[in-house]
Design a protein around this ligand. Structure first.
Ligand SMILES: [Cu+2]
Length: 310
């Protein structure tokens, strides 16, 4: 096996593989660098909570930039101003109480100010506001009610509540108005969540198998989807003239298909949303009826034991 004529193709393959690896690494490095050049703050502008997260990010960034420039500037000044010269004897300094107290109190003040600004914004990130419209699709309840400390509602209690269920490897969205008695009865949709604009949409996030993570950056922060638990988040998308589509991705490594577990949110004017929901309901009912018919045919041909009931 170790004969000489076999080494050359092996070396060729190794070389080709390293070229491919090098090119992939370069592409991987270039892509985020390109993205960074255009945007260093979080995506925002499509929900009040995402906007507040962006504000907090910018406040912290400004503080960090000022401190960075001051510290690095002082360092550069000291390096140049006090650089070694021939015959010079370095001063021996043993502490400076005033300076040490100064930078300790200064750092503490920065922390206090950032904490205050964070707590001022936090309420508006966690608590959903009232909807901008009094429309159809809004319910005082909507969907099953679970006990949870994290459940936050708008002041008037009215919201469109949608159950978000993480499954390996797809998101399921269960809308209110289901006719079935099961927890996740139709109307539902997979992968694409359709919602009305100007409406406070509260998401009740859970998982059916393993831990997933719901995150559509333009619509707010990340929320864990944990089997047996219910976490809540919300968004309120303003009206826009054009189509509004937001993209997200499961943010918790949940298995082999994790990379394919994407989420899309489409915001429609309330009347269009109502029409979509009605159509979705009808299509699901038709598909159910078809499946029931197919089961009957199968049972008639091969006996009832051949039919796997859901
Ligand atoms: Cu996942």
């Amino acid at each position: 096996l170790g004969s000489a004529h076999q080494t050359t193709p092996v070396r060729g393959a190794v070389r080709r593989a390293s070229f491919a690896l090098g090119a992939t690494l370069l592409a991987a490095l270039a892509a985020p660098a390109g993205a960074l050049a255009f945007r260093i703050t979080p995506l925002s502008g499509h929900s009040p909570n995402a906007n507040r997260i962006n504000t907090l990010y910018i406040v912290t960034l400004v503080f960090a930039l000022i401190i960075f420039v001051a510290v690095e500037g002082a360092l550069a000044y000291a390096v140049l101003r006090f650089r070694a010269r021939k015959g010079a004897v370095a001063a021996q300094i043993h502490g400076n109480t005033r300076l040490e107290i100064g930078w300790t109190v200064g750092a503490a003040l920065v922390l206090v100010v950032l904490a205050i600004v964070t707590f001022v914004e936090l309420g508006g990130i966690i608590n959903p506001p009232n909807s901008g419209i009094e429309g159809a699709g809004l319910s005082a309840g909507g969907g099953p009610v679970y006990a949870s400390l994290e459940r936050r509602l708008p002041p008037n209690g009215k919201r469109l509540e949608i159950n978000v269920v993480g499954r390996q490897y797809i998101w399921q969205f269960v809308y209110p108005g289901g006719t079935g008695r099961e927890q996740f009865a139709p109307p539902y949709s997979y992968e694409k969540l359709v919602v009305p604009t100007e409406t406070t949409v509260v998401l009740n996030v859970t998982a059916a198998d393993v831990v997933h993570s719901w995150w559509v950056p333009e619509l707010g922060g990340k929320v864990q989807a944990v089997p047996g638990y219910h976490n809540f988040t919300w968004f309120k998308i303003p009206r826009a003239s054009g189509p509004q589509i937001f993209h997200g991705q499961c943010a918790s490594l949940c298995g082999r298909g994790h990379a394919r577990m994407i989420a899309t949110v489409e915001a429609l004017p309330p009347a269009q949303f109502e029409a979509w929901l009605a159509k979705q309901k009808q299509e699901l009912a038709e598909a159910d009826a078809e499946a029931a018919k197919a089961r009957e045919t199968l049972a008639a041909h091969s006996g009832p034991e051949a039919v796997e009931h859901p």
